[in-house]
Design a protein around this ligand. Structure first.
Ligand SMILES: [Fe+2]
Length: 198
C-alpha cells in the first residue's frame, strides 16, 4: 500500500487510468447490448467487480486527508469506480445528472441518506454485500461509518460525466450546482444548515 503522505493531492492521471488487466477483466463482466445499463445491471456489475478482489484490492489506499477513488473501467455505456472512505469523509447531498447508479458495499460500512422532506432522512447502512440503486435524478449522500478504509464499488450509466451538489445561498434558497462527474464531492452545505436530515 502506498504511503498516504505521498498521495495528497491525488494523482489525477492515475485516478482515471485503470490497469490494462483490470480493464479487460471488467469488460468481460459488462452485459452485452446497446444503450445504457439498467439499475439492476449496474448493481450486478458492481457486485461482479467486487468479487474480483484480486484485480482491485492492490489499488486500495487509506487516506485520512481526503476521500480516495479509482476508475476501474469505462466505455461509452458505463463506468465503474472503487471508492475508499475514511472517518469524517462523505459526499454531502448530490445527484448524478443523467446517470443511473448501482453500488455495493465491500468492506466496513458507509451510510447512505436520502432527504425525506419536510423532516428527516432515510438512513441505510451499506455493508459488505448491501446494494443500492437509483435512476437518473437519484439524490443521496454517502458517508463513512466504519472501516479503514470503508470500501464501496459504484457503476454509472451513462458514464458519470456530471454530478450536482446542493448549496444554500444567503437567503436560505437551495440551489443546484453542477460539477464534472469526476470532481470529488465534498460539499456539506446541507449538513451545516440542517444536520438532522444529513
Ligand atoms: Fe452518488
Amino acid at each position: 500500500m502506498a504511503s498516504t503522505d505521498t498521495l495528497t493531492p491525488q494523482d489525477w492521471t492515475e485516478v482515471v487510468s485503470p490497469p490494462a488487466e483490470l480493464l479487460a477483466a471488467v469488460s468481460a463482466l459488462v452485459p452485452a447490448g446497446d444503450g445504457p445499463l439498467t439499475t439492476a445491471q449496474l448493481v450486478q456489475l458492481s457486485a461482479d467487480v467486487a468479487a474480483r478482489e484480486d484485480l482491485w484490492r492492490p489499488l486500495v489506499v487509506a487516506d485520512t486527508e481526503r476521500r480516495r477513488y479509482r476508475l476501474l473501467y469505462e466505455d461509452d455505456r458505463v463506468d465503474t469506480w472503487l471508492i475508499m472512505w475514511m472517518p469524517g469523509q462523505g459526499t454531502g447531498y448530490h445527484d448524478h445528472a443523467i446517470s443511473a447508479v448501482g453500488l455495493v458495499g465491500v468492506d466496513g460500512a458507509v451510510v447512505e441518506k436520502q432527504m425525506r422532506l419536510p423532516h428527516g432522512s432515510s438512513d441505510v447502512e451499506v455493508r459488505e454485500g448491501v446494494t443500492r440503486e437509483g435512476p437518473a435524478g437519484y439524490i443521496h449522500s454517502v458517508a463513512h461509518v466504519e472501516g479503514s478504509p470503508a470500501i464501496t464499488i459504484h457503476s454509472y450509466s451513462p458514464p458519470l460525466m456530471e454530478v450536482a451538489q446542493y448549496r444554500v445561498d444567503e437567503h436560505g434558497v437551495l440551489r443546484r450546482e453542477t460539477e464534472h462527474g469526476r470532481r470529488e464531492l465534498i460539499d456539506n452545505t446541507i449538513a451545516e444548515i440542517a444536520p438532522d436530515i444529513v
